[in-house]
Write a protein of this length. Structure first.
Lengths: 136, 669
C-alpha cells in the first residue's frame, strides 16, 4: 500500500483508532491541496497546508514535505491557545526531526519510525512527545 | 580575616557556621568562584529559581545550579558533597550565601585533602579546593563569553595554585603570578576544549617559571592531551623538590581524576584504538578531512554483525550533525561504540563527552596524512562529499552550495555551518531538481527514498562485500547522491546485477525499474524508485502507484494463479529477486541474490524482451495484488456478516431449546 502511516502518536487517553481514521480521511484533503498547488515553487509556506478541515471536536492541520511525506496533526478544538504560527513551528520541528531520521543510513524509507527497539527514531519520538505534552 | 570574611559575606546571614579563617589566596579564589556562581545565576539559565526565590532580598547568593556543578567538578563523591552542603549551612538557610559558599569551598578543600568533612577540619590551613571544570560546565555555566570566563577560571585557579605553593613551599613565586595573568588572558581558549588546552597553556607558562606539577594530574588523567600539552612547551612532569607537601593534595586530586577517567574508560578511545579506527577510515575514505557517506559507513558497520536497530542507534548517537555522513571523529566515535557494544557494554543514552567529535578532534590532532594521497583524491572529494550532502535531504542543490565549502578542510564546525546553509537552501531549491515534481506522485508512499536507494539496494544485494572504493568521479550528470552511490556500489559488485537493476543504456527506457519497485514495494528496497526518478520514468510510476494506493477501482484481470505462472517463468530473474527481498531484507538474502546475480547475467542479455516481460509481469502482479485486496475486503465483510448470522442462529437455538424443555414432560425429580 501507499498510504500507510510511518508514524502515529496520540495522547493515550483518547481512542487511537478514531485518530487513525481521521488522519486517513484527511489524507484525501491533503492530496486535493497538493494537486491544486501544481508545480509551483514550493517553499516553506506552501509546505504548510493549514487547516484541512474542522470537525465538531477537532481541527486537522496538514503539512507536506518536499518528498510528499505528509504530516497530519489533529488538535482538540477546545485548545484555542494554539495559533497558526505555533502549528507551523511544530510542523517545522517535525520536519526537521524527520530529516534527521532520514539521515540515518540504517533507516529505510518506508519503515515505521519506531523507537521501541533502541533504534532510530528515538529523537523523533522524543521530539513528538515534547510537542504533545504542552499541547495536550 | 574573620571580619573580612564576614564583610565579604555582605551581611549574609550566616547563622551557625563557625568563623572562617581565609587566607588571602583563599579569599580571592572563593570570591571569584562565588561571583561566578552568582553571576551565572543571574545571567545564566537560572537553574536554581526555587533556591533563589527563597533568598532574602538584598543578599547575593549563588544559584544552586552553578554551585552544584562546581561542587561536582571537585570530583568528590556525591555523599561528601551532600555532607558539605549540609554542614556549610546552605541546606538550613536554603540558599548559598557567601558564607555558606565559602565554608563549602573550604570543606571541599578539606575533603580533597583527605580530611573528614567536619567543621573542625576547616579551621586548619588547607590547600585550595580543586575543581575539574568539565567542558560542559565551563561552556554552559561559565561560558558567556566563554573566553572571558575561561580566563576567569584560569586566573583564580592559578592564583590558588600560586598561593598554595606559596603557602606550602614558602617560596616566593608571586612574581610569576602577574606575568602569567596577562598571558592567560589570551590563550586560545577555543570553547570546545578551553578547559584543557588553555589550562595546560597557562600552566606551561607557570611551568616555565615555576615548574609545577599541576599539569601532571591533568596529563595523568588524559594522556590524550599530551600532544596539546607538549605543544605548549613540554609539560614538565619532573616533580619539584618542594612538591612533597603538595603531592598529597595533588595525588588525591589525581586519584579522583583517575577514578573519573576509569569510569569513562569504556568511552575513552586509546591511542591504539584511535590508530586502528583511523586506518579503517582510510580504507574507506582516503581523505581524512572528508567524509564517509552514509551508505559506505552502513556497509562497513553492518559487517560488525550488530543488529540493525543497534547500528542505527549508534549512528544516531555518533552522527552529531545529522548530515548522513561521518567525519573522522564521528567515525571513530561510531566505531568505538560498536566495539564497546560488541564487548557487552550497553549503549549509552547520549553520546559520552569523550566521544564527542569536538573532543576527539582536540584530543587527537589529525595525523600527518600523505599529501600525495590528498591531492590524488582531491578530485574524488566532490564526489564523496556530494553523496554526503545529498544523502541528507532530498534536494539536489547542496552540491553547488557545499562543494566550495567542503573542499576546504572541513571540521565539525564547518559541517554545522554547512548544515545550516543546507537547511536554508533546502526549502527554496526543490525546484532545481527537475525530477522532484515528477517524483511527487511516485514518492507519495515512499518518502525520501531517493537518497537511500543505494542503501536499500545494497541490502538487497549483498552486505558482506567489502565497502567499495570511492569512485574517481561519477559519470552521471545527475546531482542525486543516490545515483552516485548506486554506481559506486554497482561497479565493484556483480555486473550482472547491475545491469539488472540499473537502467539500461539510454536507448531503452528503464523498464526493469518499475518492476523491481513493485516487487519490493512493501519491503526495504523500495527505494529503487530512484532509478525511476533519475531516468524520468516517474510517469509510469505515478500511474501505477496511485492506482495501487487508492482503492482499486479497476477490475482485476488476473487471479493469484497468474502470479504463480509468473514465478515459474524462466526469465523471471527479476521476480525471483523481487520476492526474495520481500521476505526479509537481511543478509540471508544476500547469498541468494548473489547467486541469482551471476545467473541472471546470462538471462539479462536479451534485454528488451526481459524488460517487456517484466513490465507485463509487473502489471500483472499489480492487478493481482489489487484483486487480492478486494477479495480480502469482501471476505472480511462476509466474515462479519456470517458471524452475525451465527449469533442469531445461536439465539434461536437457545429459544427453541427452552421451549422444548417446557413442553417435555417433567421427568426430573
Amino acid at each position: 500500500g501507499a498510504n500507510y502511516p510511518l508514524y502515529i502518536r496520540s495522547t493515550p487517553t483518547e481512542n487511537e483508532l478514531k485518530f487513525h481514521y481521521m488522519v486517513h480521511t484527511s489524507l484525501d484533503v491533503v492530496d486535493e491541496k497538493i494537486s491544486a498547488m501544481g508545480k509551483a515553487l514550493v517553499d516553506q509556506r506552501e509546505l504548510y497546508l493549514g487547516l484541512l478541515y474542522p470537525t465538531e471536536d477537532y481541527k486537522v492541520y496538514g503539512y507536506v514535505t518536499n518528498s510528499k511525506v505528509k504530516f497530519v496533526m489533529v488538535v482538540d478544538s477546545s485548545n484555542t491557545a494554539l495559533r497558526d504560527n505555533e502549528i507551523r513551528s511544530m510542523f517545522r520541528k517535525l520536519h526537521n526531526s524527520y530529516t534527521d531520521v532520514m539521515c540515518n543510513p540504517f533507516y529505510n524509507p518506508g519503515d515505521r519510525i519506531q523507537s521501541r527497539f533502541v533504534c532510530l527514531g528515538r529523537a523523533f519520538d522524543n521530539m513528538v512527545t515534547s510537542m504533545m505534552i504542552p499541547v495536550c | 580575616m574573620e571580619a573580612a570574611a564576614a564583610a565579604a559575606a555582605g551581611g549574609g546571614c550566616g547563622s551557625g557556621p563557625p568563623p572562617l579563617l581565609l587566607s588571602e589566596g583563599e579569599q580571592q579564589c572563593y570570591s571569584e568562584l562565588f561571583a561566578r556562581c552568582a553571576g551565572a545565576a543571574g545571567g545564566g539559565p537560572g537553574p536554581g529559581p526555587p533556591e533563589a526565590a527563597r533568598v532574602a532580598p538584598g543578599t547575593v547568593t549563588a544559584a544552586a545550579g552553578p554551585v552544584a556543578d562546581l561542587f561536582r567538578a571537585s570530583q568528590l563523591p556525591a555523599e561528601t558533597l551532600h555532607q558539605i552542603t549540609e554542614l556549610c549551612g546552605a541546606k538550613r538557610v536554603g540558599y548559598f550565601g557567601p558564607t555558606q559558599f565559602y565554608i563549602a569551598l573550604k570543606l571541599i578543600a578539606a575533603a580533597q585533602s583527605g580530611l573528614p568533612v567536619r567543621i573542625e577540619s576547616i579551621k586548619c590551613e588547607l590547600p585550595l579546593p580543586r575543581f575539574m571544570m568539565s567542558k560542559n560546565d565551563g561552556e554552559i555555566r561559565f561560558g558567556n563569553p566563554a573566553e572571558l570566563h575561561g580566563t576567569k577560571v584560569q586566573i583564580p585557579y592559578l592564583t590558588t595554585e600560586k598561593n598554595s605553593f606559596k603557602r606550602m613551599d614558602d617560596e616566593d613565586k608571586q612574581e610569576t603570578q602577574s606575568p602569567t595573568m596577562s598571558p592567560l588572558a589570551s590563550p586560545p581558549s577555543s570553547p570546545p576544549h578551553y578547559q584543557r588546552v588553555p589550562l595546560s597553556h597557562g600552566y606551561s607558562k607557570l611551568r616555565s617559571s615555576a615548574e609545577q606539577m599541576h599539569p601532571a594530574p591533568y596529563e595523568a588523567r588524559q594522556p590524550l592531551v599530551q600532544p596539546e600539552g607538549s605543544s605548549s612547551g613540554g609539560p614538565g612532569t619532573k616533580p619539584l623538590r618542594h612538591q612533597t607537601s603538595l603531592i598529597r593534595s595533588f595525588s588525591v586530586e589525581r586519584e579522583l581524576q583517575d577514578n573519573s577517567s576509569y569510569l569513562d574508560e569504556p568511552w575513552r578511545i586509546t591511542e591504539e584504538q584511535r590508530e586502528y579506527y583511523v586506518n579503517q577510515f582510510r580504507s574507506l575514505q582516503p581523505d581524512p578531512s572528508s567524509f564517509i557517506s552514509g551508505s559506505v559507513a552502513k556497509n562497513f558497520f553492518t559487517k560488525s554483525k550488530l543488529s540493525i536497530p543497534e547500528l542505527s542507534y549508534i549512528w544516531e548517537l555518533s552522527d552529531a550533525d545529522c548530515d548522513g555522513a561521518l567525519t573522522l571523529s564521528e567515525f571513530c566515535a561510531a566505531f568505538h561504540l560498536i566495539v564497546a557494544r560488541k564487548n557487552g557494554y550497553p549503549l549509552p543514552e547520549g553520546l559520552p563527552p569523550t566521544l564527542q567529535p569536538e573532543y576527539l578532534q582536540a584530543a587527537f590532532p589529525k595525523p600527518k596524512w600523505d599529501c600525495q594521497l590528498f591531492d590524488s583524491y582531491s578530485e574524488s572529494l566532490p564526489a564523496n562529499q556530494q553523496p554526503r550532502d545529498l544523502n541528507r535531504m532530498e534536494t539536489s542543490v547542496k552540491d553547488t552550495a557545499d562543494l566550495p565549502v567542503s573542499t576546504q578542510d572541513v571540521t565539525g564546525d564547518d559541517k554545522q555551518a554547512l548544515k545550516s546553509t543546507v537547511n536554508e537552501a533546502l526549502p527554496k531549491d526543490v525546484s532545481e531538481d527537475p525530477a522532484t515534481p515528477k517524483d511527487s506522485n511516485s514518492l507519495k508512499a515512499r518518502p525520501r527514498s531517493r537518497s537511500y536507494s543505494s542503501t536499500s539496494i545494497e541490502e538487497a544485494m549483498k552486505r558482506g562485500e567489502d565497502p567499495p572504493t570511492p569512485p574517481p568521479r561519477p559519470q552521471k550528470t545527475h546531482s542525486r547522491a543516490s545515483s552516485l552511490d548506486l554506481n559506486k556500489v554497482f561497479q565493484p559488485s556483480v555486473p550482472a546485477t547491475k545491469s539488472g537493476l540499473l537502467p539500461p543504456p539510454p536507448a531503452l527506457p528503464p523498464r526493469p525499474c518499475p518492476s523491481q519497485i513493485w516487487a519490493i514495494m512493501n519491503s526495504v528496497a523500495v527505494n529503487i524508485c530512484i532509478q525511476v526518478v533519475e531516468w524520468s520514468e516517474q510517469v509510469s510510476e505515478a500511474e501505477l502507484l496511485p492506482q495501487l494506493s487508492r482503492a482499486p477501482s479497476q477490475a482485476a484481470e488476473s487471479s493469484p494463479s497468474k502470479k504463480d505462472v509468473l514465478y515459474s517463468q524462466p526469465p523471471s530473474k527479476p521476480i525471483r529477486r523481487k520476492f526474495r527481498p520481500e521476505n526479509q531484507a537481511t543478509e540471508n538474502q544476500e547469498p541468494s541474490t548473489v547467486a541469482s546475480g551471476p545467473a541472471s547475467a546470462a538471462t539479462v542479455k536479451p534485454h528488451p524482451t526481459v524488460q517487456k516481460q517484466s513490465s507485463k509481469q509487473k502489471k500483472a502482479i499489480q492487478t493481482a495484488i489489487r484483486k487480492n485486496k478486494e477479495a480480502n475486503a469482501v471476505l472480511a465483510r462476509l466474515n462479519s456478516e456470517l458471524q452475525q448470522q451465527l449469533k442469531e442462529v445461536h439465539q434461536e437455538r437457545i429459544a427453541l431449546e427452552n421451549q422444548l424443555e417446557q413442553l417435555r414432560p417433567v421427568t426430573v425429580l
